[in-house]
Write a protein that binds this ligand. Structure first.
Ligand code: NCD
Ligand code: ZN
Length: 330
């Protein structure tokens, strides 16, 4: 098979940034995705109904048929009273960042229990809880594994709350999600399907949180994506940072994968003999979990090489300079 046409995908975890950068990143994502769950870790963060509506308008202004699915950032002092209004304004999820876990999360949550009143309202209003699941004080490679007891506690306390463990990066998360109720799902990024800790050491421009881990972890993540398991769906966590921020001591966390997603996924699924599983992974399972209709547009990816640019808009994209054997058909 030399080409495949699928329902236009959704990116269930995307950082579009803000200000003048937003237009570039949004337009790039729109080429491959019909909808995107827009992460709220801007500066200042997206927390109120006004923030959400303003940010949505900014995205709509610079795109054509793209549908931003909005989230709000849960802060230690978030008022449970605003959840119903957020829901009325079509906010699809609340994002829980443990304080200090990743880029722009210093204002996050130190003890999850403080969110109980907010989570209770979210459960009542069928709003999804999106989690950056890491314990920032743990050793880098154990941060996600060490978070799983917290995830389990939240799930047990609010069994009807739908939860997405974002960008799963270790085998233990895959096992946990598989064993949990259907209300718990996992999003999987491109870079966690491809890279390991060794790649990050060799090229710190791909440093991101959670850090890509061992080949065994990557194998477990691949198995979840390749086996047609509806608890796992695509969320890129594409997170652009300008080149200056990615060099030297303590480079910023986040990797800009958006420009290469579908070509690289098609190559990976093709090489593993599971191209027929791609559409469900990128266009169906996530929509079902979020209770969204499937997109009506389609997109075609063909087996024709593309070279990834070294730099795009001052950012070094994921897989910069390499050849991918599939590309978008235009
Ligand atoms: C993201 C960013 O740069 O906003 N960084 C990252 O390493 N993934 C934040 C996040 O989702 O963790
Ligand atoms: Zn992210």
């Amino acid at each position: 098979m030399n080409e495949i046409t699928i329902i236009k995908p959704d990116d269930f975890h995307i950082h579009l940034r803000q200000g003048s950068d937003l237009e570039y990143y949004a337009k790039e994502s729109e080429k491959q995705f019909k909808r995107g769950i827009i992460m709220p870790n801007t500066v200042p963060p997206i927390v109120t109904v006004n923030d959400v509506n303003r940010y949505r308008d900014e995205i709509l202004k610079v795109t054509e048929g793209f549908e931003p699915l909005m989230t709000f950032k849960i802060l230690p002092d978030s008022d449970p009273g605003i959840i119903s209004e957020l829901k009325q304004n079509k906010v699809i999820a609340g994002k829980y960042y443990p304080a200090g876990a990743t880029t722009n999360s210093e204002d996050g949550i130190t003890d999850w229990k403080i969110m109980k009143p907010v989570l209770k309202e979210m459960e009542k209003h069928a709003m999804v809880l999106s989690i950056h699941g890491e314990v920032p004080d743990s050793f880098l490679l154990n941060r996600e594994r060490d978070f799983l007891p917290i995830l389990d506690e939240i799930h047990r306390t609010f069994p009807k709350l739908r939860i997405v463990m974002e960008h799963v990066s270790c085998k233990e998360s895959i096992d946990y999600i598989n064993s949990a109720h259907d209300h718990v799902a996992g999003s999987i990024s491109l870079h966690h399907l491809i890279s390991t800790i060794e790649d990050v050491i060799n090229d710190t421009s791909i440093k991101c949180m959670p850090i890509p881990k061992t080949p065994e972890d990557r194998e477990a993540i691949r198995f979840a994506a390749f086996s047609g398991n509806r608890k796992f769906f695509f969320g890129s966590d594409s997170a652009p940072h300008k080149v200056e921020g990615k060099i030297g001591f303590n480079p910023k966390s986040g990797v800009y994968t958006a420009p290469v997603i579908l070509p690289k996924l098609a190559e990976l699924f093709y090489e593993n003999g599971v191209l027929d599983k791609l559409e469900n992974f990128v266009s169906v399972y996530g929509a079902r979990f979020y209770k969204l209709p499937l997109n009506r547009e389609h997109i075609t990816v063909i087996k024709k090489p593309m070279i990834v640019p070294d730099e795009m808009y001052g950012v070094r994209p994921y897989l910069a300079g390499s050849e991918i054997s599939w590309s978008l058909k235009n």
